[in-house]
Design a protein around this ligand. Structure first.
Ligand SMILES: Nc1ncnc2c1ncn2[C@@H]1O[C@H](COP(=O)(O)OP(=O)(O)OP(=O)(O)O)[C@@H](O)[C@H]1O
Ligand code: SF4
Ligand SMILES: [Mg+2]
Length: 324
């Protein structure tokens, strides 16, 4: 499989008047062509800022890329000017967010908003654009697409709006779609429909997807491979099937335990005791130290390396290293 996106040693820093904090540190992962890659982890572990850094949407200040590289199709994205990034964003790389309503303009129709996204990147005629809008709405399974183009956002349900957002993000046939918690704001049945739709996007549009979620069940339904984030570190990377059967990191084991079987949640969910430390409480060792039932002396003072222990399976934990 060809590599599409390669993130290496990415560290994002928060600069305040008092101090500087690494919000995410030494992030390493690769997304291949036509692959659905999951990023999973608890709230605050750095999923969104990692995603924003790819398309240069970090809130700077106070956040800065301190070091590392983000390579997309052989091009280094961290060096691009805002103008060069605008050519890529919404075109080769697009993103959908948790709250569809906030991303749409209430004063313009659905059709107008889809066309606006296209206009920035296309030389199609007006008529050709109208056709492409309808065709894309149909591809995301919006019924009565011909009428919906004339509707305003408030006339549509949350699920339909999220479909519209997906249509907007797909209309320029991006190579990479980043979906940041795309179903969290929706009710359960609609969530399932949107996840079904996302599953079909890879085939319909030939796109790679980065699916960001705190729910390993969502990952199991939609992704080929997954990176588990904890406290701003990647702690495990694996094929999705493998992570359920052979998870290595104690945090991943807890996550797996909290999902009873693939995608099926228990009524009484297991939760990992304790809370994620905030960035100003991080120690110098393994960031899972306070909550880990298997911690050892070395874990407190030294961050373990992220290493590949079998083909395609990486983990960051001292349990698998020979330590004295
Ligand atoms: N603009 C900002 N200023 C200061 N701190 C920030 C800013 N944006 C994010 N952070 C901090 O960076 C860390 C990572 O945030 P991020 O939003 O990436 O988490 P997340 O994994 O996406 O969480 P969630 O699941 O809640 O969306 C958090 O500690 C957060 O408080
Ligand atoms: S490095 Fe140590 S504290 Fe961290 S997860 Fe592994 S065993 Fe637990
Ligand atoms: Mg987030």
């Amino acid at each position: 499989m060809e590599e599409l996106l390669k993130i290496h040693d990415l560290t994002i820093e928060l600069r305040t008047k008092k101090a500087r904090y690494n919000l995410v540190e030494n992030i390493d992962f690769t997304v291949n062509e036509k692959e659905a890659f999951g990023i999973v982890g608890e709230s605050g572990c750095g999923k969104s800022i990692t995603a924003y850094s790819i398309i240069n949407l970090l809130s700077t200040p106070p956040l800065y890329i301190k070091k590392g590289s983000i390579n997309f199709k052989g091009k280094e994205l961290t060096n691009l000017s805002s103008k060069e990034m605008r050519k890529i964003r919404g075109n080769e790389i697009s993103m959908i967010f948790q709250e569809p309503m906030t991303a749409l303009d209430p004063l313009f129709t659905i059709g107008e908003q889809l066309k606006e996204v296209m206009q920035i990147h296309t030389k199609l005629t007006d008529k050709e654009m109208d056709n492409k809008v309808i065709e894309t709405l149909k591809k995301v399974e919006i019924p009565r697409a011909e009428q919906i183009v004339n509707d305003y956002p408030h006339q549509l349900s949350g699920g339909m709006l999220q479909r519209v957002m997906i249509a907007i993000s797909m209309i320029n046939n991006p190579k990479l779609l980043i979906a940041d918690e795309p179903t969290t704001a929706l009710d359960v049945t609609i969530q399932a429909q949107i996840l079904d739709l996302m599953n079909g996007l890879k085939e319909k549009f030939g796109t790679s997807i980065i699916m960001i979620t705190h729910d390993l069940g969502v990952i199991s339904e939609t992704c080929d491979r997954v990176a588990v984030f904890y406290g701003g570190h990647v702690v495990e990377i694996s094929d999705v099937e493998n992570i359920f059967e052979n998870s290595m990191h104690p945090y991943t084991l807890g996550l797996v335990k909290s999902v009873s079987s693939l995608g099926q949640k228990r009524k009484e969910l297991y939760t990992i005791p304790g809370v994620v430390p905030t960035y100003d409480q991080m120690g110098i060792g393994c960031r899972f130290y306070d909550r880990c039932v298997k911690k050892m002396d070395i874990c407190k003072n030294k961050v373990p390396p992220l290493k590949e222990y079998s083909k395609g399976h990486q983990c960051r934990c001292w349990l698998y290293e020979e330590v004295n």
